[in-house]
Design a protein around this ligand. Structure first.
Ligand code: RTP
Length: 153
């Protein structure tokens, strides 16, 4: 398949999304959009992993609370693939602060506070590649061809 259709992003349902039973809805949105799931893992992330994942935010005043929140329960970590999946995935999530997330987006539909904003999505292709490599081993990424592919592209 042409490389532009092989773009990948890292999406994670955060502990509040898991506790509120929203994993299925988030998967459904990405599937219905036409993206392809290539990896998924239900896991309790430790502080070391989360500190690496959010290293760019380490100087922010909310960093300790962010690590505490993200380690407060399991997360559902996923890799999704498809044309412009990084940018489109961010659009589907909505603005970081749910106060500004449009209705119809995941955050716009399911949450109210920035410190409990349900879902993570990579913000660039470069971050996506780093995050996928941080959360998954190469052997955990499944290469497969969905039957519906000719109708999406
Ligand atoms: P994420 O990485 O989780 O997808 O979020 P993002 O790119 O939309 O936003 P970012 O600025 O990277 O922030 C990461 C997460 O930190 C929490 N946050 N809390 N208390 C606060 O002011 C504040 N600001 C950000 C949110 O959980 C945000 O998603």
């Amino acid at each position: 398949m042409a490389p532009q259709y092989r773009e990948r992003t890292f999406i994670a349902v955060k502990p509040d999304g898991v506790h509120r039973h929203i994993i299925g809805d988030i998967i459904k949105r990405f599937e219905q959009k036409g993206f392809k799931l290539v990896a998924m893992k239900f896991t309790q992330a430790d502080d070391a992993l989360l500190q690496k994942h959010y290293s760019a935010l380490s100087k922010k005043p909310f960093f300790p609370d962010l690590i505490k929140y993200m380690s407060s329960g399991p997360v559902c970590a996923m890799v999704w693939e498809g044309l412009n999946v990084v940018k489109t995935g961010r659009t589907m999530l909505g603005a970081t602060n749910p106060m500004d997330s449009a209705p119809g987006t995941i955050r716009g539909d399911f949450c109210v506070q920035v410190g409990r904003n349900i879902c993570h999505g990579s913000d660039s292709v470069e971050s996506a590649n780093t995050e996928v490599a941080l959360w998954f081993k190469p052997a955990e990424l499944v290469n497969w061809d969905p039957v519906a592919k000719p109708w999406v592209y």
